[in-house]
Write a protein that binds this ligand. Structure first.
Ligand code: GLU
Length: 445
């Protein structure tokens, strides 16, 4: 069975980039009948905050990306400890004693000589005596994973195709700090093994981590998961934009964006499939395929999201929004105003237009007699079937008006606005009493 995981660090709110990663993981699990896990990467006690954990859960809930299970790295230290001990015993993890300043100096010297700043493995050359002396001097080691330089690291990435890295060109990664705390790299591998993750789906900023982590899977005797690294998002301007980092669920909600729109857009940008206004995820899930993902950065455009949101609302059934509509607003009202909405909140404006009182402009002098005739016609009308067409047909016969001269004064008097939903849908909802009153208002003065 497929198992994917979304592994955010609770050091901030989710932004559109990691929402997209969560979505990819969720969709892949859905499309294969697998499981989607949430792993809170909170090994960094200083930077992790509980309210961010709660916000991550709430954001995923709002987005409809419900994990099948949740785990937290901070509760799994015993497991890391035992697997770490295995790697120390097998010589794949070794203590290193250089201070940050020493390492920095080494890098500067290498760069100055035109060499790549790869860790020189000086700590591997230390004997037991050297280590004992350093530790007696109070130097606590940090720990590095020893890369096997024997063979090129290769994998076939589900998005990027065949990948290869030369381990000798990379530094042995630090996996544990001198104070015993864990860096991201090794716990993630230990967890992916323990959680049975079959597909690691993340952004391409992790590609070089994957090369290192592949050797960790192997050192721990585990089979490799498949990897899929999606190209990163860029802002509208085509640049990696700072703004994207501040766009998250709170922002979308504030703008009246529906989770369906966020999902429909993020599911398709950066792929060879078109963005489509779908309310239901099923067709997006069925067609989900990493081979449709492009290598070029995916462009995220807020204007496109707003448009998609409107097009999705235009198809959204009443039941899906009923609890967010003004009290008393029913299915017929929703369906009448829905084609005009950019956000659900705007439905309340049209509800006020239906219910009244409205603030209609003073009728033009030319239209006063016309509106009086309209009020009389409305009074005589059969309201049981399509009153708008009956009313306008009668007025056309009576006055010879047509087009804008026929319709606009009526719309203005009945809604107070020059534009809005189809009057044929609106008029039965405004109803006979209010129609007559609104057409006659302002005529007595
Ligand atoms: N916590 C890591 C991050 O947020 C997880 C990366 C991964 O998916 O392995 O970047």
């Amino acid at each position: 069975m497929t198992v994917t995981r979304f592994a955010p660090s609770p050091t901030g709110r989710l932004h559109v980039g990691n929402i997209r990663t969560a979505l990819h993981n969720w969709m892949y699990a859905q499309s294969t009948g697998g499981r989607f896990l949430l792993r809170i990467d909170d090994t960094d006690a200083e930077r992790s905050e509980e309210h961010y954990v709660e916000a991550i859960r709430a954001d995923l809930q709002w987005l409809g990306l419900i994990p099948d299970a949740e785990m937290r790295q901070s509760q799994r230290f015993a497991l890391y400890e035992s697997r770490f001990a295995e790697l120390v015993a097998s010589g794949r993890v070794y203590p290193a004693y250089e201070s940050a300043q020493e390492l920095d100096l080494k890098r500067k010297i290498q760069l100055g000589r035109g060499l790549p700043p790869v860790y020189d493995r000086a700590a591997l050359a230390l004997g037991d005596d050297d280590r004992a002396r350093l530790e007696a001097d109070g130097v606590q080691p940090h720990w590095r994973f020893r890369l096997d330089h024997g063979a090129t690291i290769r994998w076939d990435d589900a998005v990027r195709g065949p990948q290869s890295f030369e381990p000798a060109t990379m530094s042995d990664p630090v996996i544990r700090r001198a104070d015993g705390s864990w860096l991201y790299m090794l716990p993630s591998v230990i967890d992916d093994i323990d959680m049975g993750v079959t597909q690691v789906v993340r952004g391409e900023d992790h590609v070089s981590n994957t090369a290192l982590q592949i050797q960790m899977f192997e050192a721990l005797g585990a089979a490799l998961p498949r990897f899929a690294h999606a190209a990163l998002l860029t802002g509208n301007e085509g640049k990696l934009s700072k703004r994207l980092g501040s766009l998250g669920v709170d922002h979308f909600r504030g703008e009246g964006i529906e989770p369906q729109a966020v999902r429909a857009l993020l599911a398709r940008i950066g792929t060879s499939d078109p963005v489509e206004p779908v309310v239901d995820m099923a067709p997006l899930i069925t067609g989900f395929d990493f081979s449709r993902f492009g290598r070029a950065p995916a462009r995220f455009d807020e204007a496109e999201l707003a448009q998609l949101n409107a097009r999705i609302l235009h198809q959204t059934p009443f039941d899906a929004v009923a609890d967010r509509l003004p009290h008393g607003m029913g299915e017929a009202e929703w369906e009448a105003v829905r084609p005009n909405l950019s956000t659900v909140a705007e439905a309340a404006d049209w509800w006020r237009v239906i219910e009244g009182p409205i603030d209609a402009p003073e009728p033009a002098e030319d239209d006063r007699a016309y509106l009086a005739q309209a009020a009389q016609a409305a009074d005589r009308l059969d309201w049981s079937h399509d009153p708008w067409h009956a009313l306008t047909a009668a007025l056309k016969d009576m006055t010879g008006r047509k087009g804008k001269a026929l319709f606009l004064p009526l719309r203005l008097a009945l809604t107070g606005r020059a534009q809005g939903p189809d009057m044929a849908a609106l008029l039965p909802l405004i109803g006979r009493e209010r129609t007559i009153a609104r057409l006659s208002a302002g005529l007595t003065a």
